[in-house]
Design a protein around this ligand. Structure first.
Ligand code: HEC
Ligand code: HEC
Length: 246
């Protein structure tokens, strides 16, 4: 300290003032940015208010009943579904009506909003079926059934069944009735994805007994942590899905 030249010490108050000004300016810019992002967030909350009536606050529908949770699912998956409803590849009159006049860009904003929400999952649904049936469900999900050309669900939906980026949803934390209904909808042709629609092929290979076993086992599983989707790049199942080419 004692060796610092006098001139340097004398300059200090001015440079201190300058640093302080920079600091205050920084704070100001930061708070403006925060206010701006809060405004954007508020506008989005307003935009999705209609959705939360059915999908629950912040898109966390419970695993009871029929409304699927939308929080935390891959953004491209959600975006695809919103377009499917709007364009009639999936059927739900309320959703179709709500989405009818929304642009693709608007739907992507909504999809990204819900996808970014990290919220805990409810505990799994209690099950009353036999252990044998549950074991069959687990076998189909993890290994499939080679003799009948049924691929493992985990090949596409991820080993942890929490989905895969960019556009495959998780299979855990969904209401059991919802899973049964969706596979049924693919079999009867009331739910479609854009071609090649791999789930339609998988669904057609499943018997009613398989669907029962799979949905019971899936609904009885807890969701690990917040259930992040796995990285892109899945196992080869011999069945192509739209989006594989990315
Ligand atoms: C009147 C109730 C209702 C409202 C309002 C509603 N939804 Fe839905 N939503 C449903 C139902 C029921 C399903 C399941 C439909 C089916 O069987 O395919 C669904 C399915 C979805 C799915 C597909 C989820 C998945 O895992 O595939 C998304 C995404 C979705 N809704 C987003 C929205 C958004 C965003 C809004 C607001 C703009 C909204 N919903 C408003 C009832 C509603
Ligand atoms: C070849 C890859 C592949 C395999 C194998 C596969 N899935 Fe899928 N699954 C998908 C894709 C991709 C989607 C999203 C389709 C869309 O965009 O609508 C999907 C969607 C679903 C959905 C809809 C989820 C929701 O939130 O609405 C269910 C349920 C489902 N799969 C169950 C299964 C089950 C059960 C198995 C095993 C028997 C299975 N899948 C095997 C690729 C696959």
């Amino acid at each position: 300290m004692a060796f610092i030249p006098f001139a340097a010490v004398r300059r200090e108050p001015a440079s201190l003032l300058f640093s302080l000004m920079l600091f205050v300016l920084g704070l100001l810019i930061q708070s403006l940015a925060v206010a701006d992002s809060l405004r954007v967030e508020d506008a989005m909350k307003e935009r999705v208010r209609a959705c939360t009536a059915c999908h629950g606050k912040e898109g966390v529908a419970t695993n009871q009943g029929y409304f699927p949770r939308i929080a935390g699912k891959p953004a491209v998956y959600l975006y695809n579904q919103l377009r499917h409803f709007r364009e009639g590849r999936r059927q739900n009159p309320a959703m179709r009506h709500l989405l009818a006049h929304m642009s693709d860009a608007y739907l992507m904003d909504i999809a990204q909003y819900f996808s970014a929400l990290e919220l805990p999952y409810p505990p799994p649904e209690p099950t009353t079926v036999t252990l044998r049936l549950l074991a069959r469900g687990e076998q189909l999900v993890r290994q499939g059934d080679k003799q009948r050309d049924i691929p493992a669900c985990t090949a596409c939906h991820g080993a942890a069944m929490t989905g895969r980026l960019p556009a495959t949803p998780g299979l855990l934390g969904l209401p059991r009735d919802y899973v049964v209904a969706q596979i049924g909808a693919w079999r009867t042709g009331s739910r479609h994805a854009e071609a090649p629609d791999c789930m339609a092929q998988v669904a057609r290979r499943l018997s009613n007994g398989d669907i029962h076993a799979v949905s019971q086992w899936l609904a009885a599983q807890p969701v690990p942590s917040v259930g992040h989707p796995a990285a892109p790049g899945r196992q080869n199942t011999g069945i192509a899905c739209k989006g594989d080419a990315h």
